[in-house]
Write a protein that binds this ligand. Structure first.
Ligand SMILES: [Zn+2]
Length: 456
């Protein structure tokens, strides 16, 4: 039973949300802060929705939690989710506030939480998920997340044993989570262009975590993502309950095998990291109990969130906003590779400096040297514009990657740099931005679109 203090906190938070919305803002963070100030154990006291799903991992959690929410809503369920990525304690608390009526009754069928992996120790024990979905664990911001093994220990320790855990079999670290819980695995089977030896600048997990022997990859996709076996102690990637087999980027379909049954789903995006996101989402939805046929129908109606990837074509030139997380060399290297391999002549604007860090702390810039700028050293990348306060650091890294100096521009102002981008003779203009810079990247895009429309 919830305390009087809980009800006061809920009422105050609801009122603050109303006021914030009157001011034209979303109120995804502050109501949670207010509720926690009044009632510090608000999350523990809050009544739970009939279905609670938490999504965590280094990369892909916003996309996956948004897609799961989209499908559940299209399935006719009432769902609340911290969609915009307020994924630490106040954001998750606001999500709970949104799931309740003013009097503290649950008003939804399901609550979907995107949970910051580091903050999961303060969230998972209290929201007690029915399902925990983990996208994978990678090297991330050294300053914020230290080492993936540390994040592993946080999730492993604090996720309640009662949660059903949905894990990526192709990612060795997180696939070892919650060994005593109910676990299912998903993955993507061998593909024609897979490799067997690590080739990225970052390639963790090359030796066996049990015995120290060099691991053998049956297939390796990128970084340490793939199917692995230890020749000495026999450690190997788990068997996949949900196995993606055929990926057809022309027909835009993906086949997922469960036992003997194969289902062909619509492919919602061609980038490999988004294909992993889709396999994650389908596996989670199957576990929740939606039929393969229903998921297939609903997946055809949803798309990757605009805040992660969107495209607009004007007079034959496509302007693309693509998330490229600052201080996360793995995530950004995946975006770089995807962008580099797209067809046509490309101009690229880099706006990846972390705005929050710029204001509050000292930024660690070593990640720039783990990030694969080498991907852009190719003839069809005609221009790379480094922007923001770290633009000269990015330029040095571009030069180290062998990109000819005449192709590289710098501009301390991200938005002003939109005037520097060449619009003649290019097919695609990419704006690569950090999570915190989405609004700024929209301004950049607006300026470029105006130029393309001839309304400079
Ligand atoms: Zn071993």
């Amino acid at each position: 039973m919830s305390s009087f203090r809980f009800h006061v906190a809920l009422a105050a938070a609801k009122l603050s949300k109303g006021l914030i919305q009157l001011l034209g803002r979303n109120g995804t963070h502050t109501p949670g802060v207010i509720a926690l100030k009044i009632c510090p154990d608000f999350l523990a006291q809050a009544p739970k929705a009939p279905l609670t799903i938490c999504v965590t991992g280094t990369n892909g959690k916003t996309t996956c939690s948004n897609l799961i929410t989209d499908v559940l809503e299209k399935d006719g369920r009432r769902v609340v989710s911290n969609r915009t990525g307020s994924n630490i304690v106040p954001g998750c608390t606001t999500n709970v506030i949104n799931s309740l009526t003013f009097t503290g009754k649950v008003r939804v069928d399901a609550t979907v939480f995107e949970v910051d992996e580091r903050a999961s120790r303060l969230i998972l024990p209290y929201v007690k998920p029915d399902y925990l979905v983990v996208t994978g664990l990678f090297r991330d911001s050294l300053k914020r997340n230290a080492h993936p093994d540390y994040i592993f220990s946080v999730i492993d320790t604090y996720c309640p044993d009662s949660a059903k855990v949905i894990l990526n079999a192709d990612e060795l670290c997180s696939s070892m989570l919650k060994k005593d819980s109910y676990r299912v695995f998903y993955g993507i089977g061998k593909q024609p262009d897979d490799k067997t030896e690590p080739y990225n600048l970052i390639a963790d997990y090359q030796i066996c975590p049990n015995c120290g022997e060099k691991l053998k990859y049956n297939y390796l996709r990128y970084h340490h993502i793939g199917d692995v076996v230890c020749p000495k102690c026999g450690l190997h990637s788990p068997d996949k309950k949900y196995l993606a087999t055929d990926i057809d980027r022309e027909k835009m379909t993906i086949t997922i095998q469960e036992g003997d049954k194969k289902t062909v789903y619509p492919l919602i995006h061609t980038a490999l990291f988004n294909i992993y996101n889709e396999v994650t989402v389908i596996s989670a939805l199957r576990e929740i109990g939606l039929s393969a046929e229903r998921i297939k129908e609903l997946m055809g109606q949803i798309h990757i969130p605009d805040s992660r990837h969107n495209e607009t074509t004007v007079n034959g030139v496509t302007v693309i906003q693509a998330l490229s997380k600052g201080q996360s060399a793995v995530s950004s290297s995946r975006t770089f590779e995807y962008v580099a391999n797209e067809e046509g002549k490309k101009a690229i604007l880099l706006a990846m400096d972390d705005l929050e860090d710029r204001q509050k702390s000292i930024e660690f810039s070593g990640w720039i040297y783990d990030l694969e700028y080498e991907q852009f050293n190719r003839d069809d990348v005609v221009q790379v514009i480094c922007t923001g306060p770290r633009c000269y650091d990015h330029k040095v890294r571009c030069l180290l990657a062998g990109i000819p100096e005449e192709k590289i521009l710098t501009n301390l102002s991200e938005v002003a740099a939109a005037d520097d981008v060449t619009i003649d003779g290019v097919d695609r203009i990419y704006i690569l931005y950090d999570c915190e810079n989405y609004g700024m990247s929209c301004e950049m895009k607006k300026k470029i679109i105006k130029r393309l429309e001839g309304d400079k």
